[in-house]
Write a protein that binds this ligand. Structure first.
Ligand code: SF4
Length: 192
C-alpha cells in the first residue's frame, strides 16, 4: 500500500501501519483504550469552550477517599449527548490539557513598555499596578455627559474581554465591578 495524505487521515495512522505491515492493529488500539479507562470514574460534564456546549465524559482515577483529589486521566465526547453524539472539535479534544498542563502560568507576569520579555512579579505588585492603572485611566477618560449634554457617566478608556473558561460566578463579579466603573466595552464568552 502506498498511503496518500488523504488515506492516512481517512483510515487513521493505525490503519495505514496495519495495512503496510499486513496485520490489523485496531483491536490492540481498542484494548489499550479500554485498559486506560477500565478503573476510572466517569463524570458527565459540558465543554466550557463555546456555546455549542458539547457533552463530555471526564475519567478520573482515585480511591475516593475524602482527602484524595481524583486525577483526571482522560476526557472524551459523550456518545449519549444529543448535541455532539460523542464527537469533539480539536479544542474540546484537548480539554484534558485545560485541567492538567505543566505549562500553565502560575505567577503574574508583566512586559514593560519597550521591553521584549516578560518578567514575573508578585501578586501584591500585580494588584497594586493594575489598581493604579485602572484608576488613572478612568480618571483620564471618564465622561459625565455626551456631546448632546446628556448624562451618561461612562468610561470609554477601559475595555474588558472575558475568556472562554471563566465561570459564571467570575463573570458575574466582572460585570458588577466593570459596570460600577462605568465601563461600557464589556464582552464575555457565551456562557453568561
Ligand atoms: S467541543 Fe468544540 S464545538 Fe463542542 S463545545 Fe467544545 S469548543 Fe465548542
Amino acid at each position: 500500500m502506498n498511503p496518500t495524505r488523504r488515506t492516512f487521515f481517512k483510515v487513521g495512522a493505525g490503519g495505514v501501519v496495519s495495512s503496510i505491515l499486513g496485520f490489523d492493529l485496531r483491536p490492540a488500539y481498542a484494548q489499550s483504550r479500554e485498559l486506560k479507562i477500565s478503573r476510572t470514574t466517569e463524570t458527565r460534564s459540558t465543554c466550557p469552550y463555546c456555546s455549542v456546549s458539547c457533552g463530555v465524559i471526564i475519567h478520573t482515577l482515585g480511591d475516593r477517599a475524602k482527602n484524595v483529589t481524583p486525577q483526571v486521566v482522560h476526557v472524551e465526547g459523550d456518545p449519549d449527548h444529543p448535541i455532539n453524539r460523542g464527537t469533539l472539535c480539536p479544542k474540546g479534544s484537548s480539554l484534558q490539557q485545560d485541567i492538567l498542563n505543566e505549562r500553565r502560568l502560575t505567577k503574574p507576569q508583566v512586559r514593560r513598555p519597550g521591553s521584549d520579555r516578560w518578567e514575573n512579579i508578585s501578586w501584591d505588585q500585580a494588584i497594586d499596578e493594575i489598581g493604579r492603572r485602572i484608576k488613572k485611566t478612568r480618571d483620564d477618560t471618564f465622561m459625565e455627559k455626551d456631546a448632546q449634554g446628556r448624562t451618561v457617566n461612562r468610561c470609554e478608556g477601559i475595555a474588558w474581554n472575558g475568556g472562554c473558561t471563566d465561570t459564571n460566578e467570575f463573570n458575574y463579579l466582572v460585570v458588577k465591578s466593570m459596570r460600577s466603573l462605568g465601563v461600557t466595552y464589556l464582552e464575555n464568552q457565551a456562557r453568561v
